[in-house]
Design a protein around this ligand. Structure first.
Ligand SMILES: O=C(O)CCC(=O)C(=O)O
Length: 276
């Protein structure tokens, strides 16, 4: 349960560090399970298991990667692994996300592992999540990003731009310098008091970091000798609707009509305050 001060901090900045919610053994079991899925050895399969490298990925085209860089992206590992499904149902994550979303119901929109291997780990370019999810509305989802290794500056932790979740959809103007500093291509379009300045979001192994789906964020290279693994679960509040305007990898799994609440077996309810 988050305090009122924590909720206020999240509302102000668009991100918040939570507590350590996984012990060493739990992290170890998730790491083993991740290896199985990543190596294609699990019985069930995730929706995506790929290297998000330049050319293969249009998601982050404001940040090109060279061919020897690697960011393994797995989408919906919960469909391949009961352990990861249970992780998405973690009572602390769900209760705190429900607080931040002011909702009594949560569904999984989708989850996402991003693994940056030692030395060759590539960047994840500056972006906002919701503009990359053009089949759902409104833009008020919150994600729970749990580190499976200490995520620090040296191994490519995420960076966040405080307050940027209040600036609306700016995705087509969000850009990055060579030094991985974010900037806006048409700053006059931002609110007068907007300051585009990124801060590191270091998260300990087993700890959770929350971010709003409009917060500008990204993560640079991992040139260290350490792995950087993490599992993000992107949660939908009870009122999220299916409103397709473009394509998305989860589109094929939708069974409802435009305008309907996005429900169904691939978007399971993982929290309902009526049941707690
Ligand atoms: O893991 C990362 O570095 C980026 C993850 C991300 O963009 C997200 O969870 O929304």
């Amino acid at each position: 349960m988050l305090s009122a001060a924590q909720v206020e901090e999240f509302d102000k900045n668009g991100f918040l560090k939570g507590g350590v919610i996984l012990g060493d053994e739990e992290v170890e079991r998730l790491r083993e399970e991740l290896d199985l899925v990543m190596d294609g050895k699990s019985v069930k399969r995730p929706v995506l298991n790929r290297n998000m490298r330049g050319g293969e990925s249009k998601l982050y085209d404001n940040m090109k990667m060279s061919v020897d860089e690697k960011v393994v992206q797995i989408v919906n590992i919960w469909m391949a692994s009961d352990l990861f499904y249970r992780h998405a149902c973690h009572p602390v994550l769900c209760e705190e996300i429900a607080q931040l979303c002011r909702t009594d119901t949560l569904r999984i929109w989708h989850d996402q592992v991003q693994y940056k291997p030692p030395v060759s780990g590539g960047p994840t370019g500056w972006h906002q999540d919701h503009p990359l999810w053009p089949i759902i509305q409104p833009a008020d989802l919150v994600s729970a990003w749990v580190a499976l290794d200490d995520a620090v500056i040296e191994n490519g932790c995420m960076w966040m731009v405080p307050g940027s979740h209040k600036w609306g959809n700016q995705m087509k103007y969000v850009a990055s310098t060579k030094e991985f500093k974010p900037y806006h291509k048409e700053p006059a379009l931002l609110p007068a008091d907007a300051v585009v300045e990124a801060v590191p979001f270091e998260i300990k192994k087993g700890q959770v970091g929350y971010h709003h789906c409009l917060t500008w964020h990204g993560s640079p290279h991992n040139r260290s000798e350490r792995k950087r693994r993490a599992i993000a679960v992107h949660y939908m509040p009870g009122h999220t609707r299916y409103e397709p305007t473009s394509s998305h990898v989860m589109h094929d799994y939708v069974e409802v009509r435009p305008g309907d609440i996005l429900s169904g077996q691939h978007f399971p309810v993982v929290y309902s305050s009526a049941s707690s």
